[in-house]
Design a protein around this ligand. Structure first.
Ligand code: NDP
Ligand code: AKG
Length: 479
């Protein structure tokens, strides 16, 4: 067991605040991973003041300066991916391979936006008036508030902070209370890479810190990832004072398996999308919609693999599924297993309480079959290693079930039919579609986001990130 890390806020380039809360290792709750300060409104005020004061210098710095800082930070993070990835796994509970993989992804995101800082461009347009020229420019917006969740504790802070900084904005970030240490490691590396003081500020603490950022009059925009309930309040608060807002929330992502699918491939895609990262992904394939002809073979083969998944300590190299992040997340999974069975679902694998050697928040990966589309298990996000199957007769019925929820983040299909794959890409009501791929596990350099209750506002990541983190100015001139 390692000794707890004492974390700080980062305000105006300085570490500050005394640690008063603790975060536990979900794989072994006897271990305190970190002590963190519980920020308050005064800390948010100080952070926003620092970010406001730093804005002009950073906004007017050469894009090369911004690019170099992000590129150096990406290199440092990549060099330290094992160490930071281990911290991530100790703090969040995903397996070591997943923790290191996510850290490497964050490093790549920093490097991608190092490039984007140099590629920001506007347009020249013909005016309707003779002798007049029209140009558009993308300019930095101001101070952004970034509110991040625990399930991707370094990738999500990186994919929000990197474009904000690349395009000349300054930032006040609030990391999730379950995972402050990983976020702090990212902020420390960005400072080590040469970020000027005040450009990126981190205030640790609970929901009141987030609320204070949302309500702060000098915060020009909020990018939030988390639950729908909190997201709705963030949007209302931001809009009340006409701040920009971008929300990424939950999913109830469907994966359709058609009769013509390759069975092994379909099973492996479902296993990955539904259960890896402990199912704690907003892109997880939590609804498996299976056509009649393959249904029984698919369920039998998947159930066997789910039952064989090795649940354990995140740092044990044999572990395939780490614990839930918290007791509350563990209990949510078991509560939904009960709800599903009380509504008529049948457990085909898992479903039992686990008692492992380490005291941790473990959940047995669970497959629930024979469910109907209108059951709660098929409409409410569980955010754990729990998936349900719905049997359908035709492709059209599968598509209707897939589209029949209030969410619309990611949607997948496993099929050998080009006709159905193409049709699905067009008609799936989701921001991201996957053909013969898991609904989860996306690239870092392309737009990310959903429709309906899953997302609100401009897309995150890739070329689309500039739409949220820059302001388009239209300039007219006559000779
Ligand atoms: N789309 C996604 O990727 C995610 C979805 N979820 C969904 O949300 C459920 C609950 O997870 P949970 O962590 O509680 O999600 P929350 O929405 O509560 O947390 C997300 C972030 O918002 C912060 N926050 C909490 N209250 C406020 C507030 N009033 N104003 C501003 N910010 C606030 C949190 O801080 P703090 O951590 O201190 O509470 C955290 O940093 C999950 O079971 C899952 O269904 C969760 C995480 C990610
Ligand atoms: O599936 C992924 O790679 C990303 C998932 C994600 O962003 C999330 O769960 O919040």
């Amino acid at each position: 067991m390692t000794s707890p890390i004492a974390l700080s806020h980062w305000i105006n380039g300085e570490r500050c605040g005394s640690a008063s809360t603790e975060s536990l290792n979900p794989s072994d709750t006897r271990e305190v991973v970190a002590h963190a300060p519980a920020g308050d409104i005064a800390d948010v005020d100080a952070a926003v003041s620092a970010a406001t004061a730093a804005f002009d210098g950073w906004a007017n710095a050469s894009p090369e300066v911004r690019s170099d800082v992000l590129d150096r930070a990406g290199t440092l993070l990549m060099e330290r991916k094992e160490k930071v990835g281990e911290l991530l796994s100790r703090e969040e509970g995903k397996t070591l391979a997943e923790g290191i993989g996510e850290t490497a992804r964050a490093a790549r995101i920093l490097k991608y936006f190092a490039g984007e800082a140099l590629r920001l461009h506007g347009q020249n347009l013909a005016s309707t008036r003779p002798g007049v020229e029209v140009q558009t420019y993308r300019q930095p917006v101001g101070v952004f508030g970034l509110i991040t969740p625990w399930n991707f504790p370094i990738a999500i802070p990186a994919w929000k902070a990197a474009p904000a900084l690349a395009f000349g904005n300054t930032v006040v970030m609030k990391a999730a209370s379950h995972t402050p240490a990983t976020a702090e490691a990212l902020v420390a590396i960005l400072h080590e890479a040469g970020l000027p003081k005040g450009v990126l500020n981190l205030v640790l603490g609970g929901g009141r810190v987030g609320q204070a950022i949302v309500d702060h009059k000098d915060v020009a925009g909020i990018s939030f990832t988390g639950s729908q309930g909190v997201g709705a309040g963030v949007a209302a608060g931001a809009m009340a004072r006409q701040a920009r807002v971008q929300l990424e929330m939950g999913g109830k992502n469907p994966l359709i398996i058609l009769d013509d699918a390759d069975l092994d491939r379909a099973v492996n895609i479902a296993l990955d999308g539904s259960f890896f990262a402990t199912g704690q992904r907003c892109t997880a394939s939590s609804r498996l919609i299976v056509q009649d002809g393959i249904h029984d073979r698919f369920v039998a083969a998947l159930a066997e693999k789910v039952q064989a998944l090795r649940v354990g300590h995140a740092l044990d190299p044999n572990t395939q599924i780490g614990p839930a992040v918290s007791e509350a997340q563990r209990e949510t999974s078991y509560r939904y297993i009960e709800i599903a069975t009380s509504e008529g679902g049948r457990i085909a694998a898992g479903g039992q309480r686990l008692s492992l050697e380490n005291p941790g928040w473990y959940v047995q990966p669970t497959l629930i079959v024979d469910t109907d589309p209108d059951m709660r298990i098929n409409n409410e996000e569980v955010f754990g290693p729990v998936a349900s199957t719905v049997r359908v007769k035709t492709y059209e019925e599968a598509l209707a079930v897939a589209n029949g929820t209030e969410f619309g983040l990611s949607a997948g299909i496993v099929t050998q039919s080009l006709k159905h794959a193409r049709d699905f890409q067009r008609r799936a009501k989701a921001g991201m579609t996957m053909v013969n791929l898991a609904t989860a596990g996306v690239d870092y350099h392309v737009p990310f986001g959903g429709t309906k209750g899953s997302s609100y506002g401009p897309r995150e990541q890739g070329f689309a990130a500039a739409d949220f983190f820059t302001l388009i100015k239209t300039s007219y001139s006559a000779g």
